[in-house]
Design a binder for this molecule. Structure first.
Ligand code: SAM
Ligand code: SF4
Ligand code: F3S
Length: 469
């Protein structure tokens, strides 16, 4: 039996008590200047969205934000556990805060997120980093004010990592960082248990937000002037599964697409086993949905896919791509892939290379397998030496670079709609529908506008173009 809980409005209201106490505490401490928070986010977009909500709570507590830990009164690291490297970075960066805490005894340092949801990590942090005042997991982020008040007024360090299937907490305002681009979480958690992955253990069971709340939030984002909305979930294709409202992901896309305004809808991540033909038919009919699809394949070998518990075959993946290309002309694909999964042989790896060639991805996120404590793959025999895995990794990235280079050349001469995103030296950067960047000359005042760009050149994987309107 699942114990997913929807946080009641009363419970959320209870946090207001602590919000007021903390606000008053810092008003006295900081002599009426706003206290400052430094929030550092590791990992994926889910974590970025979580940090934006926690920043919303901090802002209610009276905090301003700083990019400099030295200036901060409160430091929050929202951590990621997906690979060992991600965890090592957090440990390194936390260690570096020791001297700062010595100089500024009133500084409160807190660690949260996926890495902290693992009991053994939380215990290690508590034992090894006595200057960290607060450690909390992924299921209690909505209680940030209460947890901070416990440490600030209780005078004791605190670890709060209840294990549960997860919560849905509504009504928390977000302080968004992305300019005119917004993340919108539509669901949380994951039920897929791919054998290499820690996410289902640290994020709990899959649960979807209510569709009306999601559509209303999307409407508000459009009204506030956001030009790009990215719908987030570990497996967005199974949105709504098991819920009484019966709204599926394609239906949710149609409802958001129907919101009046000029904006782009993106989403991630899709799982191939749940990406249906209906989804591609829906993309074809929804003009605001981006013609770019991130569809992780992880391995091109059926044997490894089975060991990974991915529940699709190479052939099914390729069929899906073929259907998508037929149904949505011009659609581009990006993907995630892992090399060096336990027991992977050269023949398996070559299947991965051939899949990469066959599909022709716009770009790839490539990873070397990293054993995660508590996952089935961490227990599997892994006879392939690290040097071999590194060599395969380089071979794969070289292939993708070659393919990306060829692809870019074909883009030269086309005219595309693009969103002007940022200033980069003498240029402006515009994002094309397939997520790649093109450099153009233009007025920085137009950043945030959609423009028509003619692609004029491609050099060293960088596209250049001219604005036509
Ligand atoms: N839910 C998404 C999916 O199913 O593709 C994304 C999951 S994860 C946050 C992002 C990527 O990290 C995965 O697609 C996978 O390629 C990679 N990854 C996850 N666990 C890993 C591990 N133990 N070692 C190496 N890469 C891993
Ligand atoms: Fe991890 Fe698989 Fe879930 Fe993605 S679908 S978060 S890779 S378990
Ligand atoms: Fe990392 Fe957690 Fe995302 S483990 S990749 S931050 S869901």
């Amino acid at each position: 039996m699942s114990d997913i809980r929807v946080i009641t409005p009363e419970e959320q209201e209870y946090q207001q008590l602590f919000i007021r106490q903390i606000r008053e505490y810092y008003q006295k401490r900081c002599e009426n200047t706003a206290p400052l928070a430094y929030v550092r986010t590791y990992g994926c977009q889910q974590n970025v969205a979580d940090s934006e909500r926690m920043k919303g709570l901090l802002s209610q507590m009276g905090f301003g934000f700083t990019e400099s830990p030295e200036q901060a009164d409160f430091i929050l690291f929202n951590t990621c556990a997906v690979r060992e490297h991600a965890e090592d970075r957090v440990f390194g960066n936390v260690g570096a805060l020791k001297a700062l805490k010595r100089r500024k005894p009133h500084l409160l340092i807190a660690l949260c997120g996926c890495m902290m949801q693992q009991e053994h990590v939380a215990q290690k942090v508590y034992r090894s980093y006595p200057f960290v005042g607060l450690v909390f997991g992924t299921h209690v982020q909505h209680r940030l004010p209460e947890l901070m008040a416990g440490v600030l007024f209780g005078g004791k360090r605190k670890v709060e990592i209840p294990s549960c299937d997860g919560v849905i907490a509504e009504g928390i305002p977000s302080v968004r960082d992305g300019g005119f681009k917004a993340f919108l979480s539509i669901m949380y958690g994951c039920n897929n248990f791919c054998t290499y992955c820690i996410v289902p253990y640290v994020r709990g069971r899959e649960r979807s937000r209510d569709p009306e709340t999601v559509v209303q939030e999307a409407r508000e984002l459009v009204e506030q002037g956001y030009k790009e909305i990215t719908l987030l979930g570990q497996n967005v294709n199974s949105y709504g599964k098991g819920e009484a409202h019966g709204v599926t992901f394609p239906e949710l896309l149609r409802r958001i697409n129907a919101i009046p305004g000029d904006f782009v809808i993106r989403f991630m991540t899709s799982h191939p086993k749940d990406a249906t033909r209906e989804l591609f038919d829906t993309i074809a009919e929804c003009e605001k949905v981006s013609r770019h699809f991130h569809l992780p394949f992880q391995s091109g070998s059926n044997r490894i896919l089975k060991e990974m518990n991915r529940r699709y075959t190479r052939e099914q993946y390729l069929e899906l791509i073929e259907y998508a290309r037929k149904t949505v002309p011009g659609i581009t694909f990006t993907s995630d892939v892992i090399v060096g999964f336990p027991g992977e042989q050269r023949e398996d790896f070559e299947q991965t290379l051939s899949l990469i060639r066959e599909v022709g991805f716009a770009s790839l996120f490539t990873f070397i397998f990293s054993p995660r404590k508590g996952t089935p793959a961490a227990q599997m025999e892994d006879p392939i030496p690290a040097e071999v895995k590194s060599a395969w990794f380089s071979e794969m990235t070289a292939l993708q670079e070659e393919l990306s280079g060829e692809r870019l050349k074909n883009v030269v001469g086309t005219t595309q709609r693009a969103l002007l995103e940022a200033e980069a030296g003498d240029y402006l950067e515009a994002r094309l529908p397939d997520n790649s960047i093109v450099r153009v000359q233009g007025d920085p005042a137009r950043i945030g506008e959609f423009v028509t760009v003619r692609i004029t050149g491609a050099r060293s994987y960088i596209l250049t173009g001219e604005i036509e309107n």
